[in-house]
Ligand binder design. Structure first.
Ligand code: GLN
Length: 488
């Protein structure tokens, strides 16, 4: 079996088809790599060796019988631990769901499985998706594979670290305010946040239902395009999924960036942005110009209001969504409680970590009588203004180009004690979720200390084909996405 870190999804598929190796060999090699390297980065909460090997055997049998291999036949992948997986522990990285085993699969998991994909494990993240460093997991801290003293970003830090370390070919993840783009950026991989409603949220543990989107962390734009074609589309089990047909995303990969109008939002190129991040972004802009894109400056005037509007909306929905963890229906139940009310109080006090409690309390406050108008309602009004900023910009341009994070990966523990600092790390990612538009994070450089830097392309609703078009042109012209951390 070849070294897994040299394999791309495409090459792995070709290898399986040409019988260079079997699905069992591919899955076993991935499991061995996880066993060897995951202790260094702690990306996985659960590894499903047994079920993965069983599925690999089924894929091999198909190949032996001369049947055509499905799009993902025999390909191992991971999923953030917020996706319900039938018979496999799903914790949301929270003690309250420590022993929860769902009886059904999330739609996205089901669709990947139907295409032959093999779930190899569930990845670590900030509990319920609340955080930007994966330090808010109740179980473990994930390390950045490029430098183990640094955070991998969050909340989907385990997914990004796993893909960067070639532990599975891609990871299914979730983005409410940056949880796919920011960890992808910190780990030097590709991250796609889709248009709200493009992919079903059915079976995904909710954070903020009006902001949550299901997406992918991949090795390349090409892989993201292939995989989105598999998971996107209307789902009768999620009434918020869009009825629009799913295009053939692979077509857009061939179109190049020439003639695309790309806007640089002034408000994102603020003073205070790390000079190395700024320099990489400037070089990426030049690259897009060389590829024939037209660059112009645009303004999104409500950007400074995005953090408060996002967090107020998000935590308000949190306080409602997390009410279901009552110690009775799911997960942890206090064994000492004698009265019903104590059962609720104690189960929640014991099961939720500090960041989850903070958000539930703030959210309950923002929604309470007397404060609702001042906080929640105001946040919804600002949300509307943010959406209008994007609508206005997209009348003139096709895409926006912006940094993902104002700084490179920070140290483990550096911001953990200061929740406000942590919230501010999301300044460039939270803006797009209230507007429901898609974003694609791409690696675009390294600091002199060898830490990844990323950019994001943002487009209007359902502009995923344009994002892929520009992203692919960039990745054909650069090799940032091909760099691998050395974990051996
Ligand atoms: N870091 C952001 C937050 O804590 C985004 C999280 C996410 O997208 N799930 O809310």
């Amino acid at each position: 079996m070849k070294d897994l870190s040299d394999l791309t999804l495409k090459k792995a598929r070709a290898g399986l088809e040409n019988k260079d190796f079997s699905a069992k060999e591919l899955v076993s090699a991935t499991l061995e790599r996880i066993q060897k390297l995951d202790p260094k980065i702690s990306a996985f909460l659960t590894v499903c060796a047994e079920s993965a090997l069983k599925q690999a055997a089924a894929a091999d049998e198909m190949i032996a019988r001369g049947k055509k291999l499905q799009a993902l036949g025999g390909i191992p992948f991971s999923a953030k631990d917020v996706f319900s997986t039938r018979g496999i522990k799903t914790t949301a990285a929270s003690k309250i769901l420590e022993n929860y085993i769902p009886v059904y699969d999330a739609t996205a998991i089901k669709r990947l499985g139907a295409a032959g994909g093999i779930l190899i494990g569930k990845t670590n993240h900030d509990a319920f998706g609340f955080g930007s460093s994966t330090e808010n997991s109740d179980f473990q801290v994930t390390h950045n594979p490029w430098n183990r003293d640094k955070v991998p970003g969050g909340s989907s830090g385990g997914s990004a670290a796993a893909v960067a370390s070639s532990l599975g070919f891609f990871s299914l993840a979730e983005d409410t305010g940056g949880s796919i783009r920011q960890p992808a950026c910190f780990c030097g991989v590709t991250g796609l946040k889709v248009t709200y409603g493009r992919v079903s949220r059915y079976g995904v543990i909710a954070y903020g239902s009006s902001l949550d989107t299901i997406g992918l962390i991949t090795q390349s734009v090409e892989d993201a395009a292939l995989l989105l074609g598999i998971i996107a589309g209307q789902d009768p089990l999620d009434a918020t999924t869009l009825p629009d047909p799913v295009p053939d995303y692979s077509q857009s990969l061939k179109q190049g960036a020439s003639e695309l109008k790309i806007g640089l939002p002034q408000e994102y190129f603020i003073t205070g942005i790390d000079p190395e991040v700024k320099q990489s972004l400037d070089e990426a802009v030049k690259k897009f110009e060389e590829l024939g894109a037209k660059i112009e400056s645009v303004s999104l005037p409500h950007t400074p209001d995005a953090i408060p509007a996002y967090y107020l909306s998000g935590i308000s929905e949190v306080s409602a969504n997390l009410a279901r963890y009552d110690g009775i229906r799911f997960g942890h139940s206090s064994s000492e409680a004698r009265k019903l009310e104590d059962l609720y109080l104690e189960s929640r006090a014991q099961g939720f970590g500090p960041e989850v409690k903070r958000r539930i309390m703030l959210g309950t406050y923002a929604l309470s009588a007397g404060y609702y108008d001042a906080f929640y309602k105001k946040a919804q009004q600002v949300r509307h203004l943010i959406k209008q900023d994007f609508d206005r910009a997209f009348q003139k341009i096709d895409l926006l180009l912006a940094p993902v994070s104002p700084f490179p990966p920070f140290g483990i523990g550096e911001k953990a004690e200061d929740p406000l600092q942590m919230w501010l790390a999301d300044i460039f990612t939270v803006t797009i979720n209230p507007a429901g538009v898609p974003g694609l994070a791409l690696p675009c450089g390294f600091t002199k200390n060898n830490l990844p830097i990323g950019l994001q392309l943002i487009g209007p609703q359902l502009s995923e084909p344009t994002l892929f078009r520009a992203g692919q042109a960039f990745q054909v012209a650069t090799d940032w996405h091909q760099k691998k951390p050395n974990l051996e």
